[in-house]
Write a protein that binds this ligand. Structure first.
Ligand code: COA
Length: 318
């Protein structure tokens, strides 16, 4: 799949925002209600605490508002809202609720590709800009706590709530997106699934095994399409599911862990929100400068995977 076509209208990120519920649940608090321990959860997942609460639309609105403010935009000038979520409040129209709440007048739609959702939404938004939109708000937002079985120690320690958002704006020149890759394999749906309404059911070991493989495969394809190598990547922003998955993927890709953005110790797995939350954290800590190559890579139920290479700032003033 594709390297961005030469001459396609480009985009850059002009703002970002995040939202996390106030309520923190530590591993010790979980261990008070189920047969687990802080030691086990930290050793097997890297997660120390997670945030629970709010609504998917409410978190999306908060993250989106921050991103629009940072971009310095009048919401009425935004041309589209793409909301990735696998835990919607409503069966449809969640993006439209965000659009209305933030005072936008534009197309708005939901995307569900499980934990790869933000990658699918981000690539779609770049496509909208290539086809003439000027400004698109891309959000990943989840309240997975509502579809988690709180009696299942195999899943309850992992999943949590949150949101992250980016504003994309059209720009002169080729823009930031050098290459991308989206993948899906419906034959593996059953190992990580949720009937409508939940709860999440998972064969953890099998998901782990495949996750490392499909993340590495997707990232390698994006790097190849972009004509870059692991050495060129300044920051990798992986889906935040398990620190051991991130470690294994980084090792196989030849990218040192110091170059990875990690927030899962504080957030748990927030599905569609995890990549924008980790990216925003890295940006807020000044870890990315114009011209840097950033590799985003996610995987999730379906099973789905997605990755892309961004040249931060679009490269014009690098
Ligand atoms: N606390 C304590 N013990 C637990 C436990 C918990 N929360 N969950 C499972 N165990 C036990 C198991 O019962 C098992 O005990 P046994 O050896 O007596 O049978 C032992 O720990 C090992 O279980 P296992 O499932 O093999 O552990 P694991 O090392 O594979 O870790 C996961 C489990 C879920 C953390 C891990 O498989 C994982 O992260 N998988 C990927 C999940 C993922 O990324 N999902 C989201 C995709 S978007």
């Amino acid at each position: 799949m594709p390297a961005t076509r030469p001459g396609a209208r480009g985009a850059v990120v002009s703002g970002w925002g995040t939202a996390l519920p106030e309520k923190v649940i530590t591993n010790d608090e979980l261990a008070a209600t189920m047969d687990t321990s802080d030691e086990w959860i930290v050793a097997r997942t890297g997660i120390r605490e997670r945030r629970i609460g709010g609504s998917t639309v409410g978190l999306a609105v908060e993250a989106g508002r921050q991103a629009i403010e940072m971009a310095g935009l009048d919401p009425a000038r935004i041309d589209g809202v793409v909301l990735a979520t696998t835990s919607p409040d409503e069966q449809w129209g969640n993006a439209a609720l965000v659009q209305n709440e933030l005072g936008m007048r534009c197309g708005a739609f939901d995307v569900n590709a499980a934990c790869s959702g933000f990658m699918y939404a981000l690539i779609t938004a770049h496509g909208m800009i290539a086809m003439g939109a000027d400004r698109v708000l891309v959000i990943g937002a989840e309240t997975l706590s509502r579809i988690t079985d709180w009696d299942d120690r195999g899943t309850a320690p992992l999943f949590a709530d949150g949101a992250g958002a980016l504003v994309l704006e059209s720009c002169e020149g080729p823009g930031q997106l050098l290459a991308w890759e989206l993948d899906a394999d419906g034959s593996a749906l059953s190992i990580l699934r949720s009937d409508v309404g939940g709860p999440i059911k998972m064969e953890g070991k099998e998901v782990f095994r495949r996750a490392v493989r499909i993340m590495v495969d997707s990232a390698q394809k994006s790097m190849r399409h972009a004509g870059v190598t692991a050495d060129d990547i300044a920051l990798i922003v992986p889906h935040q599911a398990n620190i051991r998955i991130i470690d294994a993927a980084c090792e196989r890709l030849g990218i040192e862990r110091e170059r990875a953005a990690v927030v899962l110790d504080r957030t748990g797995n927030t599905s569609s929100a995890s990549i924008p939350l980790a990216l925003a954290d890295a940006l807020d800590h000044g870890r990315v400068k114009n011209g840097d190559l950033v590799l985003l890579v996610g995987f999730g139920g379906g099973m789905t995977a997605g990755s892309c290479i961004l040249r931060w700032g679009g490269g014009l003033d690098a």
